[in-house]
Design a protein around this ligand. Structure first.
Ligand SMILES: C[S@@+](CC[C@H](N)C(=O)[O-])C[C@H]1O[C@@H](n2cnc3c(N)ncnc32)[C@H](O)[C@@H]1O
Length: 232
């Protein structure tokens, strides 16, 4: 069933759902935390559009807190809609560690944006005021939030690690496939900040950044899949 509206609000009637599935969506947080911006709107997470190893602790804390607040709200809203003993299966993109680490997909997009700054095609200020509302949680982080929120029990939680587009052997074709997937997922937010036209320059930079990344590092998709049962 499709339904309009944000999943951080009530969407469905009370006690109406027996099975809920959400795929690759709940790691999109409701907003970039406003506390990461200084008084002139510049991000304290300069050069990166999500949390990285180099992020100040206050930035790491702010993204974590936003994810925690959002997931709690998501669970609370769904708990009103799911029948007692009903199930919810969620799959999110996460990370293997609690340590802050730049996700490769946002690393390549950050790199592509930085390259456009170096070429004078966008200003440093414009780039530094951009961030993505994404948080890649660890399994432990998800477990803790679900247990503390208390509406659901965890029946099963698993992680599946796969390489993006690994079935494509030609590195150029693979980079193209990954670039298209990253563009599809991020296009609206990037266009909203930089304007639609940015993609003419950004897309080739993105593909180049992915090619470089593919030569040195894996493009790991760390999936966290959890099955919950409504208890209250
Ligand atoms: C990567 S796509 C996944 C789409 C689809 N579930 C799939 O697996 O192919 C992420 C989706 O999450 C949706 N999304 C993100 N935040 C949302 C929110 N607060 N409420 C409802 N949908 C949201 C986006 O609109 C987008 O369709």
């Amino acid at each position: 069933m499709g339904a309009p509206g944000s999943f951080f609000n009530r969407i469905f009637p009370r006690d109406g759902l027996h099975l809920v599935h959400s795929n690759y969506a709940v790691h999109w947080i409701s907003q970039v935390p406003s506390s990461i911006y200084d008084e002139v709107g510049s991000s304290m997470n300069k050069g990166n559009i999500t949390v990285s190893e180099a992020s100040p602790p206050s930035v790491v804390k702010a993204f974590r807190a936003q994810f925690q607040q959002d997931l709690r709200l998501f669970l609370k809203c769904r708990s009103n809609e799911v029948v007692t003993n009903g199930h919810m299966i969620l799959a999110v993109l996460g990370t293997s560690s609690m340590e802050p680490r730049l996700h490769w997909s946002t690393k390549v997009l950050s790199q592509a944006i930085t390259n456009l700054v170096s070429k004078g095609l966008i200003t440093k200020e414009k780039a530094h005021s951009f961030a993505m509302p994404l948080h890649f949680p660890s399994k432990e982080e998800v477990q803790k939030i679900v247990i503390e929120e208390g509406s659901f029990t965890i029946e099963k939680i698993e992680t599946i690690v796969e390489d993006a587009a690994s079935e494509v052997k030609d590195v150029e074709v693979r980079a193209e496939a990954i670039s298209k997937a990253i563009r599809a997922g991020n296009e609206v937010l990037v266009s909203h900040h930089f304007g639609d036209q940015v993609w003419f320059d950004l897309y080739p930079e993105l593909k180049q950044a992915i090619l470089l990344h593919l030569k040195n590092e894996p493009v790991e998709m760390f999936n966290i899949i959890f099955m919950l049962k409504k208890i209250v």
